[in-house]
Design a protein around this ligand. Sequence first.
Ligand code: HEM
Length: 207
Amino acid sequence: MCAFFAENTLSFALREKTKSIHDRTDHRIMSMGLFSSLNGYRMFLLSQYIFHRDIVKIYEGETLIRLLPDLKSRNRFACIEADMHDLDLPQPPASSGDVIPFNPSVAVGWLYVAEGSKLGANILSRMSLALGLTESFGARHLAPAPEGRGQSWKVFKAAIDGAELDRTMCVSAAEEAFARFSTCLDLAQKLLGEDGAEEAARSRVAL
Ligand code: HEM
């Protein structure tokens, strides 16, 4: 293991190694104006749907449930579906297959990105209020966990920091997850960009 990984916790390493790709993602979302209008928000929501559909099986893996007993309740996919329903956003056709190969270290890298994004959701949730959305209509998936964002994140970090995982693999997987989110934004833009939500219903574009 290289010195950086030996001297730091996994959660710190993940944070440091993905800082710049996070910042690029954040800037992209803001520059696309996804929280400036309801149509922009619908595009964000669709990208969240595609991303979370990719990782839905991660929340059901026995190895990871042993690591994080509350894993299933951390899955926001059902809330995203409900948000789409609130906003009359049709769900695109079924996924073409599994995007993520199963391996606990890879799964933790992807999960880090999904769990960490709940921190930034604090800001996004406040911005969504200006669009008339709430934690019980349209922006359910941005709501904090019942125990609070900070506590939920603390538990997640303690679990991964105490686990025997391949740290290099975790970091590469987290980078891949951020890259995939960017692709999800591209796909959502393609589906909703010009013709609006109806295009998503008609399209047979494989996501
Ligand atoms: C405009 C959009 C976004 C903003 C404004 C934003 C903002 C933030 C902020 C302020 C934090 C740190 C919160 C804290 O330390 O208390 C954070 C953490 C994080 N966000 Fe974002 N975020 C955005 C989008 C995303 C997206 C789309 C993803 C994933 C695809 C993501 C993944 C993460 C991760 C993994 C962390 C944890 C970093 C750590 O290890 O401490 N964020 N975000």
